[in-house]
Design a protein around this ligand. Sequence first.
Ligand SMILES: Cc1ncc(COP(=O)(O)O)c(C=O)c1O
Length: 373
Amino acid sequence: MLTVAELPELQNRRSEKWSGHAPGVIASTVAEMDFDLAAPIARVLHDAIDRSDLGYAFEETEPLKEAFTGFASRRLGWTVDPDRITLAPEVLAGLIELCLALAPGGSIGFATSAYPPFITQIPQAGLRTVLLPLRPDGWFDLERLGAELRNGLKVLVLTNPHNPTGRVLPREELEQIAELCASYDAWVLADEIHAPLVLPGAKHVPWLEVSDAARACGFSLISASKAFNIAGLKAAQIVTAANRAQDVVRRLPYTAEQAGLLGVLAAEVAFSQCDDWLDAVLRQLDDNRAYLRDNLPDGITWTPPEATYVGWLDCRGLGLDEEPSDFFLRRAKVALAPGLDYDPAASGFVRLNFGTGPKLLEELVSRLHSSLE
Ligand SMILES: Cc1ncc(COP(=O)(O)O)c(C=O)c1O
């Protein structure tokens, strides 16, 4: 059963999405959902607190591995070897550790628009970024990737499903990326954190199921954090297929102790006992996507996402003389994520988070309309 908090309760939340806004603002920024936790997750967290069981996570997380392999097989058609799953605190931390291990002092390529920490944190880790703008049709720009590989690029971070566009890359495109990267002996870090959130009409092909080339050069980074709305709990998985990739993971300097025990416990039940809850979330997100398709104000265009709960909105048709995120915050009391955070070329875009209930989404859309009158 899926329930969603009302605005006053949401405003009491202490998470990033709901913090730091003026009273009455609807937050539609950070990728957190407004639904109440799945009951098995709430239970396992309450039980751990009742036991005062808040110590370090144990590195040998066999029950989590078992839960994840079951989930991967059942929901993603992906056969995972449990011995090739390594605990990490987060997808982002795992990605950065891998980038540092694979290209010390070097360059990391990724498509733009992109999850903002790729743009800010990869340089903070002492690495250069190589931005690979998506083609106007949303496809990966293989020619540009080829040129960068010829220039010596050795690591590609590939977000699939993509954030912020919500596009799910088809197998054919993934195969081409894998062939190209493998032919230059470059690595692919597949960020598949949104894979459990593929919406009706699309199908996710896990990177390590794409081809021999993908398995040879790839890592998958995935977590229960987005799909089950537990990003603050800190537990993610790095999965490999090739021995040489597993050797890299084994040598990573962080330890599984950086993952949170509550995250491990929650992920275990998320992956094994929460399919019904996740199905209800996907139904609600599908409805929300349809609602937005029919009700966004004229002048805003988008390609409805195939996965996750974010819409990448092109507001340039509104003819505003300021960034739309500033306009809508001031005039509509709706906080949207500024496009420029995702892509230095995305002036006039915003990312809308529709991981909420129908009532709040209708209120949000109605505020957008009123602000434009
Ligand atoms: C593409 C992508 N990667 C990584 C993350 C962050 O994941 P984590 O909290 O596990 O680092 C997000 C969060 O929204 C994301 O969208």
